[in-house]
Design a protein around this ligand. Structure first.
Ligand SMILES: Cc1cc2nc3c(=O)[nH]c(=O)nc-3n(C[C@H](O)[C@H](O)[C@H](O)COP(=O)(O)OP(=O)(O)OC[C@H]3O[C@@H](n4cnc5c(N)ncnc54)[C@H](O)[C@@H]3O)c2cc1C
Length: 380
């Protein structure tokens, strides 16, 4: 564990989250996954614990937590094996906390913190994935509102969200297209907003990736969160770093959960007259798993400690994400291997960790995009 860099409050928080996860999440995940739909009780439980508003200041009904608390929450949810991302907390609430004005904070944060209003983050489009500057969604400035048209894809929590954080252009034909992108808060109930296709996924079966369609949606001008131009795009990309740390922590959690299950199994499973944990080849794999998990965790906390000191953490967040994503896939793969054929069945659940974790290297910037960003930072 990483107690040397955590405060006493952080450690107490982790204990509370772990207890909650072991009682309310782990025993239910298999059923939720089989049902293949969002479990309502998941958000209810998270809201009761104050986790939906973890990063929201107390004056708006939140818990006033830090990014370290978010990393703890994500890791513990991953460890518990629930692959429902917390973009509501890390990308949506956080964007309004950091970029919103008083009126926006008053209107949205209390309901979001209570879990009554779930948020989804809408950036990706059919022709704008990694190339985020290439968005086609356009919000035309009118008298008192913006007329928004566009189509977003692969949106986590899209179909259950009541509010969307939407990136769209408000200016065209700029030499630097990303300078024309603005960020809006869009209510689900606004006429012209609809849910399109829900993707069929390899894993994450109690979560979803959805298409969100905006057709002549009148977004009141007071819902403009970050205007285009100036430092707008940079501010959006910085918000992304929190998403990357949350994503990385989730992956560390998946790896930790799969590793702990494997450790238990290897102590119990007897072959050649001894527990397989006594075999050197197995012991080395377990040791490699432990090293890699801890290394990923250290990269995350390095990023978060720098962030707490007010530093830009684009490079550190990308390093953490790239390493944690790949590490977790490797660890979950080894977990299946060390369970033998039982690992390939659904009984021991490590196959679910493997399927679930695979998607996390796409959302929040792919492995290659992270490498590009790291290279940019170290070569500038
Ligand atoms: C589980 C999951 C959750 C998601 N949640 C959300 C969400 O909530 N909101 C949202 O807006 N989006 C979400 N996404 C979408 C995600 O942000 C995109 O998948 C991601 O940005 C990559 O875009 P793409 O899939 O179109 O791939 P592309 O950009 O088309 O990339 C295809 C391949 O090319 C590589 N590539 C692209 N550009 C470069 C380059 N310059 N150099 C080297 N390689 C490159 C990529 O790394 C990738 O391997 C989610 C995706 C997944 C899988």
């Amino acid at each position: 564990m990483i107690d040397s860099v955590l405060s006493e409050e952080n450690i107490m928080f982790r204990e509370a989250v772990r207890k909650f996860a072991e009682e309310k999440i782990t025993p239910n995940v298999k059923t939720w996954e089989k049902e293949g739909k969002y479990p309502d009780e998941y958000y209810t439980h998270l809201a009761e614990m104050g986790f939906m508003g973890l990063l929201v200041p107390e004056e708006y009904g939140g818990a006033g937590g830090s990014m370290v608390d978010l990393a703890i929450l994500c890791e513990e949810m991953g460890r518990a094996g629930v692959s429902i991302p917390l973009t509501h907390v890390s990308a949506c609430c956080r964007a309004i906390v950091h970029q919103g004005n008083q009126d926006q904070k008053r209107r949205y944060l209390p309901e979001m913190a209570s879990g009554k209003m779930i948020g989804a983050y809408c950036q990706t489009e059919p022709n704008a994935g990694s190339d985020a500057g290439n968005l086609s969604s356009f919000a035309e400035k009118k008298d008192g509102y913006f007329l928004l048209n566009g189509r977003k894809v692969f949106i986590s929590n899209g179909k259950i969200a009541r509010v969307f954080i939407v990136l769209a252009k408000t200016e065209r034909n700029l030499t630097k297209p990303s300078k024309g992108i603005a960020m809006f808060i869009v209510d689900r109930d606004t006429p012209g907003v609809s849910i399109g296709k829900t993707e069929e996924l390899m894993g994450r079966h109690c979560s979803s990736l959805d298409e969100i369609i905006f057709e002549d949606v009148k977004v009141p001008e007071e819902n403009l969160l970050i205007p285009a131009g100036g430092t707008g795009f940079k501010a959006m990309m910085n918000e992304f770093n929190s998403e990357r740390c949350g994503n990385s922590a989730f992956c560390v959690g998946f790896a930790q959960g799969a590793y702990e299950r494997t450790l238990r199994y290897c102590k119990e499973r007897v072959q050649f007259g001894q527990p397989i944990a006594e075999l050197q080849g197995i012991r080395w794999t377990l040791a490699e798993m432990a090293i890699k998990i801890q290394a990923a965790r250290l990269l995350i906390y390095d990023a978060l400690i720098k962030e707490k000191k007010g530093k830009m953490i684009a490079k550190e967040a990308c390093m953490a994400k790239k390493f944690a994503n790949e590490m977790a896939v490797w660890v979950c793969d080894q977990a299946i291997q060390l369970h033998g054929a039982y690992g390939y069945t659904t009984d021991y659940e490590v196959e679910r960790y493997y399927r679930d974790v695979r998607g996390w290297s796409m959302g929040g910037g792919t492995t290659q995009v992270c490498l590009n960003r790291i290279a940019h930072e170290i070569l500038k």
